[in-house]
Design a protein around this ligand. Structure first.
Ligand code: ADP
Ligand code: NA
Length: 289
């Protein structure tokens, strides 16, 4: 089973003739609301990949629909706390050319307590996995607690912060990050990734696939991406990580789990949207690339 300490955001999409200028009032031509946040996206990806996943997070008084949505997508929700703090959200303005500007408010994602996180993890078993990203508070506490309980700890280092990685680096078994984040981590630590004391590091390389840096292996392993006609890369990283962790959670070997993740992420870039369009395991398995 996977325990995912993660953000839950409401994504508000405003479609505009042009991006709003300072002092301007502008009517949107269309509006859509969707479930977002890297945490929620990864929980949905884990569930679509066939894993049992319990989300650890928080929403505000108006965020109950986001919890309902996660539940409908097959995610366990008893450890999502209803708080007085507003639900995290992203207000995304999109102009006719597809250019965007985004206001992010972390809200309830930043008010998790040790009781909430620890309370959830007391239900975990030593065969379970803790997954985290960098959009909630409480990551170091969660990582330490999970490690003490014998869980595997997976950290997706996005949005990237070197300080956030350094706070958990001694307590994680698998680090997942993209190429840009990998370069930032090299700069921040002054070390090559292969010199960090982490069992496995996976660097995603967009249309180039991914690279595995394993502690027990001298050289990194490159795995190419599956060739697709990419139309929208949003959600690709979250889909990749969700599928990878789901595969590992059910005992797949690392290279097999990575192959599954590459397949799922490739399908994801052929679709517009995020959580709502993460492919299901059956589609991923049956698709001929
Ligand atoms: P992020 O979105 O987090 O920056 P990447 O851009 O590295 O991460 O993409 C994550 C994964 O999605 C890649 O490792 C790859 O498997 C898949 N992916 C991304 N872009 C493409 C593409 N154009 N074609 C096929 N797979 C892709
Ligand atoms: Na997509």
């Amino acid at each position: 089973m996977i325990w995912n300490l993660g953000s839950i955001n409401v994504d508000n999409f405003y479609y505009l003739p042009h991006l709003v200028a300072p002092g301007e009032t502008l009517a949107a031509t269309d509006y859509k609301q969707g479930l977002g946040g890297k945490g929620a996206n990864m929980s949905v990806a884990c569930a679509r990949a066939g894993a049992r996943v319990s989300h650890i997070g928080a929403v505000g008084p108006e965020g109950k629909w986001a919890v309902d949505r996660l539940l409908e997508y097959g995610v366990d929700t008893p450890h999502i706390t209803l708080t007085e703090t507003p639900t995290g959200h992203a207000n995304i303005c999109i102009d006719r050319a597809g250019e965007n500007s985004i206001v992010l408010f972390s809200g309830a994602n930043g008010v998790l307590t040790e009781q909430m996180i620890g309370g959830a993890l007391t239900q975990a078993s030593a065969k379970d996995v803790l997954l985290m990203q960098n959009e909630t508070n409480g990551q170091p506490y969660a990582a330490r607690t999970a490690r003490t309980l014998g869980l595997q700890v997976v950290y997706a280092a996005a949005p990237f912060s070197a300080e956030a990685v350094l706070e958990v680096i001694d307590h994680i078994d698998l680090l997942v990050l993209n190429e840009v984040e990998a370069a930032q981590l090299r700069d921040a630590t002054g070390k090559e990734l292969s010199d960090l004391v982490i069992e496995n590091i996976v660097v995603t390389l967009g249309s180039m696939g991914c690279e595995l840096i394993a502690r027990n292996s001298a050289a990194a392993t490159r795995l190419p991406a599956y060739k697709v006609n990419a139309v929208d890369t949003t959600g690709a990283g979250d889909t990749f990580t969700g599928y990878l962790v789901a595969g590992l959670d059910r005992g797949m070997a690392m290279l097999d789990a990575l192959d599954l993740a590459l397949r799922a992420a490739a399908l994801m870039v052929t679709r517009r949207g995020t959580a709502d369009v993460v492919p299901e395991l059956r589609e991923v398995r049956n698709h001929n690339f």
